[in-house]
Every structure is written in C-alpha cells, then in structure tokens.
Design a protein around this ligand. Sequence first.
Ligand SMILES: C[S@@+](CC[C@H](N)C(=O)[O-])C[C@H]1O[C@@H](n2cnc3c(N)ncnc32)[C@H](O)[C@@H]1O
Length: 380
Amino acid sequence: MALTTSLQNYLSSSLISASGNAATTAIKPPRSSMITSVRMRHWAVHAAAPDTTTASVEGFEEGVLVRPNWSGETPLSRLVAALISFKPLYSLLKLGARQVFISTAEKKNIPWREMTKEILESEVYKELESIQNNSLVYPDYYLNPFHAYDEGNLTWLAAAEAEPATMSMAMRAIPDASSVDEANEIMRGNWIRAIEQHHITYSGTSTVRDVLDIGCSVGVSTGYLADKFPMAKVTGLDLSPYFLAVAQYKAKRGVPRKYPIRWIHANGEDTGLPAKSFDIVSISYVFHECPTRAIVNMVNEAFRLLRPGGTLALTDNSPKSKILQELSPVLFTLMKSTEPFLDEYYLTDVEETMRKAGFVNIKSLLTDPRHMTTTATVPQ
Ligand SMILES: C[S@@+](CC[C@H](N)C(=O)[O-])C[C@H]1O[C@@H](n2cnc3c(N)ncnc32)[C@H](O)[C@@H]1O
C-alpha cells in the first residue's frame, strides 16, 4: 500500500509538471495575459515544409523526431513493454494510474467522482435496451482490459467516467487554460474548424446533410459536430452500448435539437450503414486505442460511407508532438500500461492508409500541442 501511495505521489507530481502547471513556476505571466496568449493560438495555420513537418496552428510545436522514442520498436519501447508484462508491476501501475487520473482531474477542478456518481445513480440503465445490438460480435481487441478497467469499455463505470476523462484530456492538451471550457474552445475549436475548412475547400459545396462520428463514446465529439452543422443529421456510432446509453441519456436531457442525434451500436470497421450516405465522417481519439488492422478497416469503411467530395477527419495523438516526444519515463510507462495499442498506433502511417483507401487532398494539422487532425476527400 505504501508503495502504491508513493507511486501515486510521484506520478501525480510528474503529471502536473508535465502539463506545465507546477506550482513552482515563479515567472508565469499574469492569468489575464496568459489567457490572451492561449487564445491567440487559435487559428493562424503555419504551412508545412514539404515532406518534413505537419502544418500547425500557430504556437503548437513539433519535436525533432518522427515519433516518440518510447513508442514503436525502439529498445526503450521494448523495455517498457517487458516491464508492463510483469504482472505484479502491471497491477501496481494500473491501480496507481486510476488514482492519478482521478486526483489529477480533481486538482484541475473537474469533479470526477461527483460526475461519476451522478451517472451511476441516475436512470441511465433504462437506455441500454433501446441501444444495445445483441447480435453484434465484438472485435477481439475490444475485449481486453483497457484504461485500467478489467472489462475495458464494456462497463457502466467506464461509461460514467468517460466524460470527466474527456475533460481531463482537454486540460492536458491546453495546460495554460483556466477552465475546461477554455481548453475545449481551443482543442475542439481548432479540430472542428479544420474539418469545416477542409470540407469547404475541397468538397465543392458547403452543404452538409449527414455526419457520422465513429467511436463517439459518450457523445462529446458528436455534440460538437451537431452544434457546428445544425442543419445536418448527425449519427454517433460506438462499440460500447454503455457509452451510448450515457450519450443518449445526456442528449435527452440537453438542449433540444431540430434533428436529434441518432446513436448506433456497431463496429466502425463494418458499420452495416448504406454506402455513400455521409458528407463528413469524423473519427476522433479512437485510433490510438486500436490495432493497425482496425485502423485500416475503419479508414476503408469511411471511404465506402462517404459521398463523392465527402470529408474524412481523423484526430489523435500526433507522433510529431514535442510534448509527447518529451514525456517523462514515468508518464509514458503509465500511459502505455493502460493503452495496449499505442505502439501499433505510432507505427501506423495514417496518411498512407488514407491514400491506399483512395482518399485525396490529405492534410495534417497540429490542432493543439498534442493532437493532429488529418483531413481528406473522397474523389468526386
Ligand atoms: C477515446 S474514445 C473517443 C472519444 C470521442 N470521439 C471524443 O472525441 O470525445 C474512443 C472510443 O472508440 C470506441 N471504439 C473503439 N474501437 C471501435 C470500433 N471498432 N468501432 C466503434 N467504436 C470503437 C470506444 O468504444 C471508445 O468509445
């Protein structure tokens, strides 16, 4: 227990300092000027030098490597994998990781335990029956322990904690933000602007009638898409019926929409939805959780689902992110212990996968210090 506590303390302080918010930074600018500088980093896009860098929204920096040296098949990456595969250490890391997720979020004023309790004590359970597709066969990778949950995403606890976890991700991405709203304004704002800009530039029309959010989780990304395209019919699709139940429960209690979001329990690799039936397909923060074969299948499925001129938008960890390349050993070990497919993700060339599927106009943009958004078009 003492070992767990000291691990937790160490991890907790590392997480805080890695996010740039250590209490010791005496030379921090006053809050007001800091916020201004964060806001200024919104949408002045820096063009990429050919074949060397990804374009980035102003102020978001790339590291010197192609991908972090703790990922892929480097000796360091193999060493971490070997350590994690040692069961007693894995159990310790898992326990520590969970406690750190919660305490780090709460230090950032995200009421993790309160939000979780509210969902678990609500009537969310009633939504499951109308959402769950009992004949769905889950891909094998989805049945592994994940994010420190033994049953992965297939539990009510994972579903109840998904929204505070998403808020925490935004605060990690934009560590200078003074609130979750401000962090989302930048992280989600830059992402959705990248999608809109790409679609306007390459689709030949600004009309958006149908939008699909693959791996929608509890509906946070789906809500942003529905807000951005209020005249479109928006569908959220996910493999976890528990996550979808939370999404539907929250949407029913949210602001009414002209077109209520449709929630579908299906595999994004093979959705069963009609071909050429969407103008935009978005897949955000899904691929780092998947093996390469699932990434390839989802990109091919998106190509099938999009109309000619349609836009695919992928958002996830950027292998070129300076912050991710410079993560402390404690942090990347912790991360890898709860995300079993990170190495495969970093070794997958997402742009090349899109090209092979038939997409054109493939553009990658660092939309916050940690994440890139890659957009592409189905030829007309
Ligand atoms: C980190 S969450 C996505 C968060 C959400 N898109 C957002 O931006 O807030 C990843 C999601 O991908 C889903 N997922 C993983 N593999 C999938 C697949 N093959 N088909 C559909 N959903 C999948 C998981 O169930 C999980 O909800």
